[in-house]
Design a binder for this molecule. Structure first.
Ligand code: SF4
Length: 67
């Protein structure tokens, strides 16, 4: 499962970082990103449910999941 953020939609609320800090991070400039180690790569199985929760809770539907 791969995760990415559509930055044209993200409102930098930080919800995904709060729910799943292993995968998402907020930079000093306030932008939120998938951590470099997980960009374009499958995330570990044990983080999938938390990443899905972050996806479901994103108020801007900015998190894209590719199975
Ligand atoms: S939850 Fe959605 S809108 Fe909020 S920072 Fe994460 S990707 Fe952006």
């Amino acid at each position: 499962m791969k995760v990415s953020i559509d930055h044209s939609k993200c409102v930098s609320c930080g919800s995904c970082v709060a729910i799943c800090p292993e995968v998402f991070e907020m930079k000093e400039d306030g932008t939120v990103n998938v951590k470099d180690e997980f960009k374009e790569k499958n995330i570990p199985k044990e983080l999938e449910s938390k990443a899905r929760e972050a996806h479901d809770m994103c108020p801007a539907t900015a998190i894209v999941i590719v199975e």
